[in-house]
Write a protein that binds this ligand. Structure first.
Ligand code: THG
Length: 270
C-alpha cells in the first residue's frame, strides 16, 4: 500500500495557523515525520481561502521541498492554483482531484496530460455522490473515458470510491468496498485510493474502526490511501494486511518492520 500522508492540510486548525504565520518549522516537521514514517507521497492542502490558495500552496510546496524530497499530492479543486503548483514541484506529483464534473475535467485533465502526472478521480459528479456502487461506477466510467480522451493512461489514474461515515449510513463501507471491486474488475490498470478516516466520524475509538476498514479496503484492491502515517497501529495493520494478502514476498516487509520495532513493541526492544 502506498501511503499518502494526510497531515499537511489547511482545514486542520494547527496547520491553518502555521500557513497564516508562515511557520515553516512546523510544516517541515510534519513533512519529515511523515516521510520518516513511510509516506510515499505527502498530501498538500492549502485550506479554505480561495483568493489566497495559490500563494499558500506555493509557500507550502517550497517549504516542504526544503525539508524532504518526497513527491507531493496536490489537494485542490482549483485549476488555477493547481496550474501554479504543478510548475513549482520538483517531483512529478499526483493531482487530487478531478470528478465527473465537466468543469473539473476540462480545467484539470489537460494539465495532467501536459505534465504526464497522476491524478485522483472521485466517484462523484455535480449531482453529488451516488448512493449505490453501480451509480458510482457509472461516474467512474465517465472519468475514465474523459481521461483516456485527454491522453491520460489508466495507470496514471487513481480512483477514489469515496468513504462516507458509517454513523450516518450503515451501508457506507459496503458500498465503498463493492465500488472498489467493480472498478478493479472493469479497469484493472486503474489504481484505487481513498481518504479512510471519514468512515469512523462521530464514533468512539475511531482508530479501531479505521484499522479494520483499511484491511478490508486492501482486500478489495485499494493500493494507496490518504492516511496519518504517524498512527503506528494503523501502519502495523497495513504491514500485517499486506502479509496476509500475499503482497509481502518472503514476509520481508513484515519481518524487517518487526526488527525495526515498528510492530507495536516497546521501543523496538522485544
Ligand atoms: N479523498 C481524497 N482526498 C482527500 C480526502 C478524501 N483529502 C482530504 C481528506 N479526504 C483526507 N485528509 C485528511 C486530513 C486530515 C484529517 C483527515 C483527513 C484529520 N482528521 C482529524 C480527525 O478526523 O480526527 C481532524 C483533527 C485534526 O485536526 O487532527 O486530521 O477522502 N481524494
Amino acid at each position: 500500500l502506498e501511503i499518502i500522508g494526510e497531515k499537511i492540510n489547511g482545514t486542520r486548525e494547527r496547520v491553518a495557523k502555521a500557513i497564516e504565520e508562515r511557520d515553516s518549522d512546523y510544516i517541515q516537521y510534519l513533512a519529515r515525520s511523515q516521510a520518516d514514517a513511510g509516506a510515499a507521497w505527502l498530501d498538500v492542502n492549502a485550506g479554505t481561502h480561495p483568493e489566497q490558495e495559490a500563494d499558500d500552496l506555493l509557500w507550502l510546496i517550497d517549504t516542504i521541498q526544503g525539508a524532504v524530497d518526497t513527491p507531493l499530492c496536490l489537494d485542490s479543486a482549483n485549476p488555477r492554483a493547481l496550474q501554479v503548483a504543478i510548475e513549482a514541484v520538483d517531483k512529478t506529483p499526483i493531482i487530487n482531484s478531478i470528478s465527473g464534473e465537466p468543469e473539473r475535467l476540462e480545467g484539470i485533465l489537460p494539465l495532467v496530460a501536459e505534465h504526464q502526472c497522476r491524478v485522483i478521480g472521485l466517484a462523484m459528479d455535480k449531482e453529488g455522490i451516488p448512493r449505490s456502487s453501480d451509480g458510482r461506477l457509472a461516474v467512474v466510467d465517465k472519468v475514465v473515458e474523459a481521461s483516456r480522451a485527454a491522453g491520460v493512461g489508466d495507470e496514471q489514474l487513481y480512483v477514489d470510491p469515496l468513504v462516507m461515515s458509517i454513523s450516518t449510513d450503515t451501508e457506507a463501507a459496503n458500498v465503498f468496498l463493492e465500488t472498489a471491486r467493480k472498478i478493479s474488475n472493469a479497469y484493472p490498470a486503474v489504481h484505487l485510493t481513498a481518504g479512510l478516516s471519514n468512515i469512523s466520524f462521530g464514533l468512539p475509538f475511531r482508530s479501531l474502526i479505521n484499522r479494520v476498514f483499511i484491511a478490508l479496503a486492501m482486500a478489495a484492491g485499494l493500493d494507496s490511501a490518504i492516511v496519518d502515517p504517524l498512527d503506528e497501529e494503523l501502519m502495523a495493520t497495513v504491514l500485517a494486511a499486506e502479509l496476509v494478502l500475499g503482497k509481502d514476498p518472503h514476509c520481508l516487509g513484515y519481518t524487517r518492520a518487526y526488527r525495526a520495532g515498528r510492530l507495536g513493541q516497546d521501543n523496538g526492544k522485544e
